[in-house]
Design a protein around this ligand. Structure first.
Ligand code: TEU
Length: 530
Protein backbone atom coordinates (compact mmCIF):
# COMPACT_ATOMS: atom_id res chain seq x y z
CA UNK A 1 0.00 0.00 0.00
CA UNK A 2 1.27 3.48 -0.86
CA UNK A 3 2.87 5.58 1.81
CA UNK A 4 3.17 2.80 4.34
CA UNK A 5 6.90 2.47 4.64
CA UNK A 6 8.28 5.57 6.21
CA UNK A 7 11.82 4.36 6.63
CA UNK A 8 12.57 6.80 9.41
CA UNK A 9 10.18 4.85 11.60
CA UNK A 10 10.80 1.24 12.63
CA UNK A 11 7.92 -1.21 12.31
CA UNK A 12 6.90 -0.88 15.94
CA UNK A 13 6.45 2.90 15.66
CA UNK A 14 4.27 2.61 12.55
CA UNK A 15 2.52 -0.56 13.62
CA UNK A 16 -0.45 -1.66 15.69
CA UNK A 17 -0.17 -4.47 18.25
CA UNK A 18 -3.03 -6.94 18.71
CA UNK A 19 -3.17 -8.78 22.04
CA UNK A 20 -4.23 -12.42 21.93
CA UNK A 21 -5.20 -14.16 25.17
CA UNK A 22 -4.33 -17.72 24.12
CA UNK A 23 -6.76 -19.51 26.44
CA UNK A 24 -9.63 -17.69 24.77
CA UNK A 25 -8.76 -17.20 21.10
CA UNK A 26 -9.40 -20.52 19.38
CA UNK A 27 -9.45 -24.10 20.63
CA UNK A 28 -8.25 -26.67 18.08
CA UNK A 29 -8.38 -29.87 20.15
CA UNK A 30 -11.75 -29.77 21.86
CA UNK A 31 -10.74 -29.25 25.49
CA UNK A 32 -12.51 -25.91 25.88
CA UNK A 33 -9.22 -23.97 26.14
CA UNK A 34 -7.59 -22.13 23.25
CA UNK A 35 -4.20 -23.21 21.91
CA UNK A 36 -1.38 -22.38 19.48
CA UNK A 37 -2.79 -24.42 16.59
CA UNK A 38 -6.04 -22.52 17.08
CA UNK A 39 -4.23 -19.18 16.84
CA UNK A 40 -2.46 -20.38 13.71
CA UNK A 41 -5.81 -21.30 12.16
CA UNK A 42 -7.05 -17.74 12.81
CA UNK A 43 -3.97 -15.85 11.59
CA UNK A 44 -5.69 -14.86 8.36
CA UNK A 45 -8.33 -13.10 10.45
CA UNK A 46 -5.65 -11.17 12.34
CA UNK A 47 -3.76 -10.29 9.16
CA UNK A 48 -6.99 -9.14 7.48
CA UNK A 49 -7.77 -6.88 10.42
CA UNK A 50 -4.75 -4.85 9.39
CA UNK A 51 -2.60 -5.03 12.51
CA UNK A 52 1.17 -5.48 12.40
CA UNK A 53 2.08 -7.53 15.45
CA UNK A 54 0.53 -10.11 17.73
CA UNK A 55 1.33 -10.23 21.45
CA UNK A 56 0.51 -13.55 23.05
CA UNK A 57 -0.20 -13.62 26.78
CA UNK A 58 2.02 -16.32 28.37
CA UNK A 59 2.19 -19.68 26.61
CA UNK A 60 4.79 -21.33 28.88
CA UNK A 61 4.28 -24.43 31.05
CA UNK A 62 2.18 -23.33 34.00
CA UNK A 63 -0.03 -24.77 36.74
CA UNK A 64 -2.36 -21.87 35.79
CA UNK A 65 -2.83 -20.49 39.29
CA UNK A 66 -2.78 -17.09 37.52
CA UNK A 67 -3.54 -18.44 34.04
CA UNK A 68 -0.03 -18.52 32.69
CA UNK A 69 1.45 -15.61 34.68
CA UNK A 70 2.88 -18.34 36.92
CA UNK A 71 5.62 -19.85 34.76
CA UNK A 72 7.07 -23.27 35.55
CA UNK A 73 9.57 -23.31 32.65
CA UNK A 74 10.62 -20.21 30.72
CA UNK A 75 11.88 -22.16 27.71
CA UNK A 76 9.03 -24.45 26.72
CA UNK A 77 5.35 -24.44 25.77
CA UNK A 78 2.46 -25.37 28.05
CA UNK A 79 1.02 -28.73 26.86
CA UNK A 80 -2.51 -27.27 26.98
CA UNK A 81 -1.34 -24.84 24.30
CA UNK A 82 0.82 -27.23 22.26
CA UNK A 83 4.50 -27.89 21.78
CA UNK A 84 7.64 -26.01 20.79
CA UNK A 85 7.10 -27.37 17.27
CA UNK A 86 3.60 -25.88 17.24
CA UNK A 87 5.16 -22.60 18.34
CA UNK A 88 7.75 -22.68 15.55
CA UNK A 89 4.97 -23.33 13.05
CA UNK A 90 2.89 -20.47 14.41
CA UNK A 91 5.85 -18.10 14.27
CA UNK A 92 6.64 -19.07 10.67
CA UNK A 93 2.97 -18.73 9.69
CA UNK A 94 2.81 -15.28 11.31
CA UNK A 95 5.97 -14.15 9.54
CA UNK A 96 4.66 -15.51 6.24
CA UNK A 97 1.74 -13.07 6.62
CA UNK A 98 3.98 -10.15 7.51
CA UNK A 99 2.96 -10.28 11.17
CA UNK A 100 5.44 -9.87 14.01
CA UNK A 101 5.05 -12.07 17.08
CA UNK A 102 5.67 -10.92 20.66
CA UNK A 103 5.76 -13.19 23.69
CA UNK A 104 4.91 -12.28 27.26
CA UNK A 105 7.95 -12.50 29.53
CA UNK A 106 7.18 -12.81 33.26
CA UNK A 107 10.39 -11.87 35.08
CA UNK A 108 9.12 -10.75 38.50
CA UNK A 109 8.03 -14.17 39.68
CA UNK A 110 7.93 -17.78 38.63
CA UNK A 111 5.45 -20.47 39.58
CA UNK A 112 6.01 -22.19 42.91
CA UNK A 113 6.13 -25.33 40.73
CA UNK A 114 9.21 -24.11 38.84
CA UNK A 115 12.12 -26.51 39.53
CA UNK A 116 14.16 -23.48 40.62
CA UNK A 117 11.72 -22.83 43.45
CA UNK A 118 11.63 -26.51 44.41
CA UNK A 119 15.41 -26.29 44.83
CA UNK A 120 15.28 -22.92 46.55
CA UNK A 121 12.82 -24.09 49.19
CA UNK A 122 14.52 -27.47 49.68
CA UNK A 123 16.94 -26.12 52.31
CA UNK A 124 18.51 -22.87 53.42
CA UNK A 125 21.92 -23.60 51.94
CA UNK A 126 20.71 -24.74 48.54
CA UNK A 127 22.68 -22.82 45.85
CA UNK A 128 19.37 -21.48 44.47
CA UNK A 129 18.13 -20.28 47.89
CA UNK A 130 18.86 -16.68 46.90
CA UNK A 131 17.16 -16.99 43.48
CA UNK A 132 14.05 -16.07 45.47
CA UNK A 133 13.54 -13.64 48.36
CA UNK A 134 13.65 -15.39 51.74
CA UNK A 135 13.64 -13.64 55.13
CA UNK A 136 13.35 -14.55 58.79
CA UNK A 137 10.15 -13.89 60.67
CA UNK A 138 9.91 -10.96 63.05
CA UNK A 139 8.81 -11.63 66.61
CA UNK A 140 5.65 -9.74 67.55
CA UNK A 141 5.00 -8.20 71.00
CA UNK A 142 3.74 -11.53 72.33
CA UNK A 143 6.42 -13.50 70.59
CA UNK A 144 4.12 -14.31 67.69
CA UNK A 145 5.56 -14.87 64.24
CA UNK A 146 5.13 -11.83 61.96
CA UNK A 147 6.15 -11.35 58.32
CA UNK A 148 9.37 -9.41 57.67
CA UNK A 149 7.55 -6.21 56.60
CA UNK A 150 4.11 -4.74 55.82
CA UNK A 151 4.08 -5.35 52.07
CA UNK A 152 0.73 -6.41 50.64
CA UNK A 153 0.17 -8.73 47.72
CA UNK A 154 -1.49 -7.16 44.66
CA UNK A 155 -4.12 -9.84 45.06
CA UNK A 156 -4.72 -9.02 48.77
CA UNK A 157 -3.20 -10.30 52.02
CA UNK A 158 0.42 -10.22 53.14
CA UNK A 159 3.03 -10.48 50.41
CA UNK A 160 4.86 -13.06 52.56
CA UNK A 161 4.24 -16.80 52.81
CA UNK A 162 5.62 -18.86 55.68
CA UNK A 163 7.59 -21.97 54.73
CA UNK A 164 7.42 -24.44 57.57
CA UNK A 165 10.15 -26.72 56.28
CA UNK A 166 12.93 -24.11 56.21
CA UNK A 167 11.49 -21.73 58.80
CA UNK A 168 11.51 -18.56 56.70
CA UNK A 169 9.05 -16.42 54.75
CA UNK A 170 9.26 -15.94 50.97
CA UNK A 171 8.04 -12.85 49.13
CA UNK A 172 5.25 -12.90 46.55
CA UNK A 173 3.95 -9.65 45.05
CA UNK A 174 1.04 -11.63 43.58
CA UNK A 175 -0.20 -15.11 44.61
CA UNK A 176 1.67 -17.31 47.06
CA UNK A 177 1.98 -19.64 44.03
CA UNK A 178 4.00 -16.85 42.34
CA UNK A 179 7.18 -16.41 44.45
CA UNK A 180 9.18 -13.29 43.50
CA UNK A 181 12.52 -13.93 41.82
CA UNK A 182 15.63 -12.23 43.18
CA UNK A 183 17.16 -10.19 40.35
CA UNK A 184 19.98 -9.16 42.69
CA UNK A 185 21.36 -12.67 42.22
CA UNK A 186 23.75 -12.60 39.25
CA UNK A 187 23.01 -16.25 38.54
CA UNK A 188 19.26 -15.76 38.48
CA UNK A 189 19.66 -12.74 36.23
CA UNK A 190 21.84 -14.69 33.82
CA UNK A 191 19.32 -17.53 33.73
CA UNK A 192 16.45 -15.15 32.98
CA UNK A 193 18.32 -13.21 30.29
CA UNK A 194 19.21 -16.62 28.88
CA UNK A 195 15.49 -17.37 28.59
CA UNK A 196 14.96 -14.17 26.59
CA UNK A 197 17.85 -15.18 24.39
CA UNK A 198 16.28 -18.62 23.86
CA UNK A 199 13.17 -17.04 22.29
CA UNK A 200 15.09 -14.37 20.35
CA UNK A 201 17.17 -17.16 18.80
CA UNK A 202 13.93 -18.90 17.81
CA UNK A 203 12.91 -15.74 15.98
CA UNK A 204 10.39 -13.94 18.20
CA UNK A 205 10.13 -10.24 17.45
CA UNK A 206 10.07 -9.11 21.04
CA UNK A 207 8.42 -9.27 24.41
CA UNK A 208 5.78 -7.63 26.49
CA UNK A 209 7.40 -7.70 29.92
CA UNK A 210 5.08 -8.39 32.84
CA UNK A 211 5.14 -5.98 35.85
CA UNK A 212 8.59 -4.74 34.89
CA UNK A 213 8.59 -2.00 37.55
CA UNK A 214 8.30 -4.64 40.27
CA UNK A 215 11.39 -6.71 39.52
CA UNK A 216 13.79 -5.25 42.10
CA UNK A 217 12.96 -4.30 45.71
CA UNK A 218 14.74 -1.74 47.90
CA UNK A 219 17.73 -3.06 49.85
CA UNK A 220 16.73 -4.02 53.38
CA UNK A 221 13.07 -4.35 52.36
CA UNK A 222 11.80 -1.43 54.47
CA UNK A 223 8.09 -1.10 55.31
CA UNK A 224 6.00 0.67 52.68
CA UNK A 225 4.32 3.90 53.87
CA UNK A 226 0.58 3.73 54.51
CA UNK A 227 -1.67 5.21 51.82
CA UNK A 228 -3.81 7.94 53.42
CA UNK A 229 -6.32 7.71 50.55
CA UNK A 230 -7.13 4.05 51.13
CA UNK A 231 -10.49 3.01 52.58
CA UNK A 232 -11.93 -0.47 53.07
CA UNK A 233 -13.88 -1.79 50.09
CA UNK A 234 -11.21 -1.10 47.50
CA UNK A 235 -8.22 -3.26 46.60
CA UNK A 236 -6.31 -4.13 49.76
CA UNK A 237 -3.10 -3.73 47.75
CA UNK A 238 -3.57 0.03 47.97
CA UNK A 239 -3.45 0.16 51.76
CA UNK A 240 0.24 0.95 51.42
CA UNK A 241 2.13 2.88 48.74
CA UNK A 242 4.50 0.58 46.87
CA UNK A 243 7.42 2.93 47.45
CA UNK A 244 10.07 0.37 48.38
CA UNK A 245 8.67 -2.66 46.54
CA UNK A 246 8.62 -1.15 43.03
CA UNK A 247 10.38 1.26 40.63
CA UNK A 248 13.89 0.89 42.04
CA UNK A 249 16.96 2.26 40.18
CA UNK A 250 18.33 -1.29 39.87
CA UNK A 251 15.22 -2.30 37.90
CA UNK A 252 15.99 0.45 35.39
CA UNK A 253 19.50 -0.91 35.02
CA UNK A 254 18.11 -4.36 34.26
CA UNK A 255 15.66 -2.89 31.80
CA UNK A 256 18.65 -1.35 29.98
CA UNK A 257 20.37 -4.74 29.95
CA UNK A 258 17.28 -6.36 28.46
CA UNK A 259 17.25 -3.66 25.78
CA UNK A 260 20.91 -4.19 24.95
CA UNK A 261 20.19 -7.90 24.60
CA UNK A 262 17.19 -7.24 22.32
CA UNK A 263 19.15 -4.76 20.19
CA UNK A 264 21.76 -7.45 19.61
CA UNK A 265 19.14 -9.27 17.55
CA UNK A 266 18.21 -6.39 15.25
CA UNK A 267 14.85 -4.63 15.26
CA UNK A 268 13.15 -6.36 18.19
CA UNK A 269 10.59 -4.72 20.46
CA UNK A 270 10.34 -4.54 24.25
CA UNK A 271 7.08 -3.35 25.78
CA UNK A 272 7.16 -2.85 29.53
CA UNK A 273 4.07 -3.32 31.66
CA UNK A 274 4.47 -0.46 34.11
CA UNK A 275 1.78 1.33 36.11
CA UNK A 276 3.27 4.70 37.13
CA UNK A 277 2.50 8.41 36.78
CA UNK A 278 3.86 10.04 33.60
CA UNK A 279 7.02 11.52 35.10
CA UNK A 280 8.16 8.18 36.47
CA UNK A 281 6.88 6.22 33.48
CA UNK A 282 8.98 8.35 31.15
CA UNK A 283 12.19 7.21 32.85
CA UNK A 284 11.63 3.70 31.53
CA UNK A 285 12.58 4.97 28.06
CA UNK A 286 16.10 5.28 29.46
CA UNK A 287 18.61 7.59 27.82
CA UNK A 288 19.91 7.70 24.24
CA UNK A 289 23.15 6.06 25.50
CA UNK A 290 21.36 3.48 27.63
CA UNK A 291 17.87 3.00 26.24
CA UNK A 292 15.43 0.84 28.18
CA UNK A 293 12.13 -0.52 26.89
CA UNK A 294 10.88 0.87 23.57
CA UNK A 295 7.33 1.22 24.87
CA UNK A 296 6.56 1.61 28.57
CA UNK A 297 2.85 0.81 28.46
CA UNK A 298 0.67 3.91 28.76
CA UNK A 299 -2.57 2.99 30.53
CA UNK A 300 -3.92 6.50 31.04
CA UNK A 301 -6.97 5.97 28.79
CA UNK A 302 -7.94 3.03 31.01
CA UNK A 303 -7.30 4.76 34.30
CA UNK A 304 -9.14 8.06 33.77
CA UNK A 305 -12.76 9.05 33.31
CA UNK A 306 -14.23 9.12 29.82
CA UNK A 307 -14.53 12.86 29.42
CA UNK A 308 -13.29 14.99 26.52
CA UNK A 309 -11.61 17.59 28.71
CA UNK A 310 -9.93 14.99 30.89
CA UNK A 311 -8.72 13.04 27.87
CA UNK A 312 -7.54 16.15 26.02
CA UNK A 313 -5.46 17.08 29.02
CA UNK A 314 -4.07 13.61 29.59
CA UNK A 315 -2.97 13.35 25.96
CA UNK A 316 -1.18 16.69 26.29
CA UNK A 317 0.40 15.70 29.61
CA UNK A 318 1.55 12.34 28.31
CA UNK A 319 2.99 13.84 25.12
CA UNK A 320 4.78 16.49 27.20
CA UNK A 321 6.24 13.86 29.53
CA UNK A 322 7.94 11.88 26.74
CA UNK A 323 11.67 12.32 26.35
CA UNK A 324 12.79 13.47 22.90
CA UNK A 325 13.90 9.96 22.02
CA UNK A 326 10.76 8.32 23.40
CA UNK A 327 7.83 7.06 21.32
CA UNK A 328 4.22 7.17 22.57
CA UNK A 329 1.85 4.23 22.93
CA UNK A 330 -1.80 3.80 23.89
CA UNK A 331 -3.80 1.01 25.48
CA UNK A 332 -7.60 0.82 25.79
CA UNK A 333 -8.19 -2.76 26.88
CA UNK A 334 -6.43 -5.88 28.12
CA UNK A 335 -7.00 -9.20 29.85
CA UNK A 336 -6.79 -7.26 33.16
CA UNK A 337 -8.94 -4.21 32.43
CA UNK A 338 -12.72 -3.97 32.13
CA UNK A 339 -14.02 -4.19 28.55
CA UNK A 340 -14.17 -0.70 27.05
CA UNK A 341 -17.71 -1.28 25.68
CA UNK A 342 -18.83 -2.37 29.15
CA UNK A 343 -17.32 0.75 30.63
CA UNK A 344 -18.56 3.46 28.26
CA UNK A 345 -21.25 1.72 26.20
CA UNK A 346 -21.15 0.32 22.69
CA UNK A 347 -21.95 3.58 20.86
CA UNK A 348 -19.10 5.38 22.62
CA UNK A 349 -16.75 2.39 22.19
CA UNK A 350 -16.75 3.20 18.45
CA UNK A 351 -15.48 6.70 19.24
CA UNK A 352 -12.91 5.17 21.59
CA UNK A 353 -11.67 2.90 18.79
CA UNK A 354 -11.25 5.93 16.54
CA UNK A 355 -9.31 7.67 19.31
CA UNK A 356 -7.04 4.67 19.93
CA UNK A 357 -6.25 4.27 16.22
CA UNK A 358 -5.72 7.95 15.38
CA UNK A 359 -3.48 9.07 18.24
CA UNK A 360 0.26 9.51 17.73
CA UNK A 361 2.04 6.38 18.88
CA UNK A 362 1.70 2.64 18.88
CA UNK A 363 -1.77 1.35 19.82
CA UNK A 364 -2.40 -1.99 21.49
CA UNK A 365 -5.76 -3.48 20.56
CA UNK A 366 -7.16 -6.23 22.78
CA UNK A 367 -8.89 -9.23 21.19
CA UNK A 368 -12.67 -8.90 21.16
CA UNK A 369 -12.69 -5.11 21.45
CA UNK A 370 -12.98 -5.05 17.64
CA UNK A 371 -16.40 -6.69 18.20
CA UNK A 372 -17.30 -4.30 21.04
CA UNK A 373 -17.84 -7.18 23.43
CA UNK A 374 -19.47 -5.59 26.46
CA UNK A 375 -20.44 -6.76 29.93
CA UNK A 376 -20.29 -10.53 30.41
CA UNK A 377 -21.93 -11.73 33.61
CA UNK A 378 -19.94 -14.54 35.23
CA UNK A 379 -22.08 -16.66 37.54
CA UNK A 380 -20.37 -17.22 40.92
CA UNK A 381 -19.70 -20.90 40.24
CA UNK A 382 -17.90 -20.00 36.99
CA UNK A 383 -15.51 -17.44 38.48
CA UNK A 384 -11.92 -18.49 37.73
CA UNK A 385 -9.85 -15.36 38.32
CA UNK A 386 -7.80 -15.60 41.54
CA UNK A 387 -8.02 -11.82 41.99
CA UNK A 388 -11.83 -12.05 42.20
CA UNK A 389 -11.74 -15.21 44.30
CA UNK A 390 -9.44 -13.61 46.89
CA UNK A 391 -11.28 -10.26 47.16
CA UNK A 392 -14.79 -11.02 45.86
CA UNK A 393 -17.50 -8.55 44.99
CA UNK A 394 -15.51 -5.30 44.79
CA UNK A 395 -15.14 -5.25 41.03
CA UNK A 396 -11.65 -6.72 40.71
CA UNK A 397 -12.66 -9.76 38.63
CA UNK A 398 -10.93 -10.12 35.28
CA UNK A 399 -12.91 -13.07 33.89
CA UNK A 400 -15.41 -10.82 32.04
CA UNK A 401 -12.57 -9.57 29.82
CA UNK A 402 -11.15 -13.03 29.21
CA UNK A 403 -14.15 -14.78 27.67
CA UNK A 404 -13.65 -16.72 24.41
CA UNK A 405 -13.69 -15.06 20.98
CA UNK A 406 -17.08 -15.57 19.35
CA UNK A 407 -16.30 -16.54 15.76
CA UNK A 408 -19.66 -17.52 14.26
CA UNK A 409 -23.15 -18.84 14.98
CA UNK A 410 -22.13 -22.51 15.33
CA UNK A 411 -22.11 -24.25 18.73
CA UNK A 412 -19.84 -22.52 21.27
CA UNK A 413 -19.48 -19.70 18.74
CA UNK A 414 -16.95 -21.73 16.75
CA UNK A 415 -14.44 -21.31 19.58
CA UNK A 416 -14.42 -24.94 20.68
CA UNK A 417 -16.17 -28.26 20.24
CA UNK A 418 -16.37 -28.48 24.03
CA UNK A 419 -17.85 -26.15 26.59
CA UNK A 420 -15.46 -23.19 26.86
CA UNK A 421 -13.48 -22.69 30.08
CA UNK A 422 -15.27 -19.36 30.61
CA UNK A 423 -18.74 -18.45 29.35
CA UNK A 424 -19.19 -16.63 26.04
CA UNK A 425 -20.57 -13.12 25.78
CA UNK A 426 -24.32 -13.70 26.15
CA UNK A 427 -25.08 -11.93 22.85
CA UNK A 428 -22.64 -14.13 20.88
CA UNK A 429 -25.28 -15.46 18.42
CA UNK A 430 -25.43 -11.91 17.00
CA UNK A 431 -22.10 -10.48 18.20
CA UNK A 432 -19.55 -12.67 16.48
CA UNK A 433 -16.90 -12.28 13.78
CA UNK A 434 -18.92 -13.85 10.94
CA UNK A 435 -22.00 -11.74 11.66
CA UNK A 436 -19.97 -8.53 11.91
CA UNK A 437 -17.98 -9.26 8.76
CA UNK A 438 -21.25 -9.24 6.84
CA UNK A 439 -22.40 -5.97 8.43
CA UNK A 440 -21.26 -2.63 6.99
CA UNK A 441 -22.15 -0.81 10.23
CA UNK A 442 -20.45 -3.23 12.60
CA UNK A 443 -17.61 -2.48 15.02
CA UNK A 444 -15.45 -4.98 13.12
CA UNK A 445 -16.04 -3.17 9.83
CA UNK A 446 -15.23 0.15 11.51
CA UNK A 447 -12.07 -1.23 13.11
CA UNK A 448 -10.83 -2.57 9.78
CA UNK A 449 -11.60 0.74 8.09
CA UNK A 450 -9.69 2.63 10.78
CA UNK A 451 -6.72 0.29 10.50
CA UNK A 452 -6.78 0.65 6.71
CA UNK A 453 -6.86 4.43 7.00
CA UNK A 454 -4.02 4.41 9.51
CA UNK A 455 -1.94 2.30 7.15
CA UNK A 456 -2.72 4.49 4.14
CA UNK A 457 -2.08 7.78 5.97
CA UNK A 458 1.33 8.02 7.64
CA UNK A 459 0.04 11.23 9.24
CA UNK A 460 -2.10 9.08 11.53
CA UNK A 461 0.59 6.62 12.52
CA UNK A 462 3.62 8.86 12.79
CA UNK A 463 2.57 12.45 12.09
CA UNK A 464 2.66 15.33 14.54
CA UNK A 465 -0.12 15.69 17.10
CA UNK A 466 -1.72 19.06 17.82
CA UNK A 467 -4.77 19.61 19.97
CA UNK A 468 -7.43 21.71 18.25
CA UNK A 469 -10.38 21.65 20.65
CA UNK A 470 -11.22 20.13 23.97
CA UNK A 471 -14.37 21.55 25.45
CA UNK A 472 -17.65 20.06 26.54
CA UNK A 473 -17.95 16.72 24.77
CA UNK A 474 -15.75 17.69 21.82
CA UNK A 475 -12.18 16.48 21.43
CA UNK A 476 -10.45 17.46 18.19
CA UNK A 477 -6.85 17.17 17.11
CA UNK A 478 -4.74 17.57 14.03
CA UNK A 479 -2.34 14.96 12.69
CA UNK A 480 0.18 16.16 10.15
CA UNK A 481 2.88 14.60 8.07
CA UNK A 482 4.51 16.51 5.21
CA UNK A 483 1.70 18.11 3.20
CA UNK A 484 -1.00 15.92 4.72
CA UNK A 485 -3.18 17.56 7.36
CA UNK A 486 -5.81 15.38 8.99
CA UNK A 487 -8.32 16.49 11.59
CA UNK A 488 -9.85 14.01 14.02
CA UNK A 489 -13.10 15.18 15.63
CA UNK A 490 -14.65 13.10 18.40
CA UNK A 491 -17.93 13.59 20.22
CA UNK A 492 -17.64 11.92 23.60
CA UNK A 493 -21.25 12.63 24.45
CA UNK A 494 -24.67 11.53 23.25
CA UNK A 495 -25.83 15.02 22.13
CA UNK A 496 -24.75 16.65 18.86
CA UNK A 497 -21.94 19.22 18.99
CA UNK A 498 -20.75 21.76 16.43
CA UNK A 499 -17.76 20.82 14.33
CA UNK A 500 -14.67 22.98 14.82
CA UNK A 501 -14.27 25.62 12.10
CA UNK A 502 -11.20 23.88 10.75
CA UNK A 503 -13.35 20.96 9.62
CA UNK A 504 -15.41 23.13 7.27
CA UNK A 505 -14.42 22.44 3.70
CA UNK A 506 -12.43 19.40 4.78
CA UNK A 507 -12.92 16.06 3.08
CA UNK A 508 -14.64 13.46 5.25
CA UNK A 509 -12.48 10.34 5.22
CA UNK A 510 -14.26 8.19 7.79
CA UNK A 511 -17.07 8.42 10.32
CA UNK A 512 -18.03 6.08 13.13
CA UNK A 513 -21.66 6.48 11.97
CA UNK A 514 -23.43 5.93 8.65
CA UNK A 515 -24.54 8.98 6.69
CA UNK A 516 -23.32 12.48 7.37
CA UNK A 517 -24.40 15.70 9.05
CA UNK A 518 -23.14 19.27 9.30
CA UNK A 519 -22.47 18.72 12.95
CA UNK A 520 -20.92 15.91 14.96
CA UNK A 521 -23.81 13.70 15.92
CA UNK A 522 -24.01 12.13 19.37
CA UNK A 523 -21.32 9.44 19.77
CA UNK A 524 -19.83 10.32 16.40
CA UNK A 525 -16.22 10.58 15.41
CA UNK A 526 -15.09 11.82 11.99
CA UNK A 527 -11.65 12.03 10.39
CA UNK A 528 -11.24 14.84 7.84
CA UNK A 529 -8.53 15.62 5.34
CA UNK A 530 -7.88 19.36 5.30
O1 TEU B 1 -0.68 -7.50 35.76
C1 TEU B 1 -0.11 -6.69 36.71
C2 TEU B 1 -0.90 -5.81 37.43
O2 TEU B 1 -0.34 -5.15 38.27
C3 TEU B 1 -2.33 -5.66 37.19
O3 TEU B 1 -3.02 -6.56 37.97
C4 TEU B 1 -2.65 -4.27 37.55
O4 TEU B 1 -2.41 -4.11 38.90
C5 TEU B 1 -4.07 -3.92 37.32
O5 TEU B 1 -4.50 -4.36 36.10
C6 TEU B 1 -4.21 -2.42 37.40
O6 TEU B 1 -5.52 -2.11 37.68
C7 TEU B 1 0.13 -8.48 35.22
C8 TEU B 1 -0.67 -9.37 34.31
O7 TEU B 1 -1.15 -8.61 33.23
C9 TEU B 1 -1.75 -10.01 35.11
O8 TEU B 1 -2.62 -10.77 34.31
C10 TEU B 1 -1.07 -10.88 36.15
O9 TEU B 1 -2.04 -11.44 37.00
C11 TEU B 1 -0.06 -10.11 36.98
O10 TEU B 1 0.76 -9.28 36.21
C12 TEU B 1 0.85 -11.05 37.72
O11 TEU B 1 1.73 -11.67 36.82
Amino acid sequence: MGGTSDKRHPWWERGVVYQVYPRSFQDSDGDGVGDLAGIEARLDYIAALGVDAVWLSPIFPSPMADFGYDVADYCDVEPLFGTLEDFDRLLAAAHARGLKLLLDFVPNHSSDQHPWFAESRSCRDNPKRDWYIWRDAIAGPDGERLPPNNWISDFGGSAWEWDEATGQFYLHAFLAQQPDLNWRSAELKAAMLGAMRFWFERGVDGFRIDVLWHIVKAQGLPDNPPNPAWAPGVNERDRVLQLHSTDQPEAHAISAEMRALADGYGERLLVGEIFLPNDRLARWHGTPEAPQVHLPFNFCLIENSWDAEVIGKLIADYEASLPLWGWPNWVLGSHDAPRIAARIGEAQARVAMMLLLTLRGTPTLYQGDELAIGAVPIPPEKVRDPRELRQPGIGLGRDPSRTPMPWDGSPNAGFSLAEPWLPLNPDWPARNVAAQEAEPGSMLTLTRALLRLRRAEPALAVGNYRQVACEGALLAYGRRSGDTHLLVTLNLGAEPVALPDQALGGQRLLSTLAGEAHELRGNEGVVFRL
